[in-house]
Design a protein around this ligand. Structure first.
Ligand code: PRP
Length: 207
């Protein structure tokens, strides 16, 4: 039988993925192999993994080249994807925050550096503020330190990056974690194979 293809993120979350797969009774051990192959198959031939940049996961699932994917809520919020989002996985937990240099006075209409333009714009719009949004791709914490922006909107996990760069969290926008996403059409087409996988993940999260 054709394997079920799962788009998985490379990086931080990948370390906690394997134990989650294990808990769900699925063989994800091939994700631990230390090589550069980007397409991998489980030993039992049931699962095929695409190892992607986290932001690309929804694109592969929405297009239908993968049935399932594991994506951060941040990515899903930032761009509008038409995906079935059946299971909140409870891994990769972090939060989206507004942060600024410790002790800084923040203007009422701040300049905001972020990778998350939409999340930032919607957050400020909900407060009736239309800030200048400055798009940066990473190492966002530098922006207010050198005067590119007044604040940043970014993810905080341990808080170490903020602390070590003398920034403090000013506001929490929302909690973020990883979500199991599914292609809507393929979910219907391969329902018999996919729904037990979703159930296993749901049980693993609840257990
Ligand atoms: C993320 C995020 C913060 C950092 C927060 O960046 O953008 O910079 O992690 O984690 P912490 O609270 O545990 O320090 P990432 O390491 O993914 O790299 P990036 O700057 O290239 O986005």
């Amino acid at each position: 039988m054709k394997p079920i293809t799962i788009a998985v993120p490379k990086g931080r979350v990948s370390k906690v993925l394997v134990p989650l797969f294990e808990k769900a009774g699925l063989d994800g051990s091939v994700l631990l192999t230390d090589d550069r192959t980007l397409i991998r198959e489980s030993a039992d031939g049931r699962l095929r993994f695409l190892l992607l940049k986290p932001d690309d996961v929804p694109t592969y699932v929405e297009s239908g080249v993968a049935e399932l994917g594991i994506s951060g809520r941040d990515t899903l919020m930032e761009r509008a994807y038409d995906l079935y989002q059946p299971v909140e996985l409870g891994i990769g937990k972090c939060r989206m925050v507004v942060a600024a240099p410790d002790g800084a006075d923040i203007p009422a209409v701040p300049r905001v550096a972020t990778k998350y333009r939409r999340i930032a714009a919607e957050f400020y719009a909900s407060k009736g503020v239309q800030p200048e949004i400055i798009y940066v791709q990473g190492s966002v914490e530098i922006a207010p330190l050198v005067g590119l922006s007044d604040v940043i909107v970014d993810l905080v996990e341990t808080g170490a990056t903020l602390r070590e760069n003398n920034l403090v969290e000013r506001e929490t926008i929302c909690e973020i974690s990883s979500v199991l996403v599914a292609n809507r059409a393929l979910f219907k087409l391969r329902h018999k194979e996919i729904s037990p996988i979703l159930r296993r993940f749901q049980d693993a999260v609840e257990g």
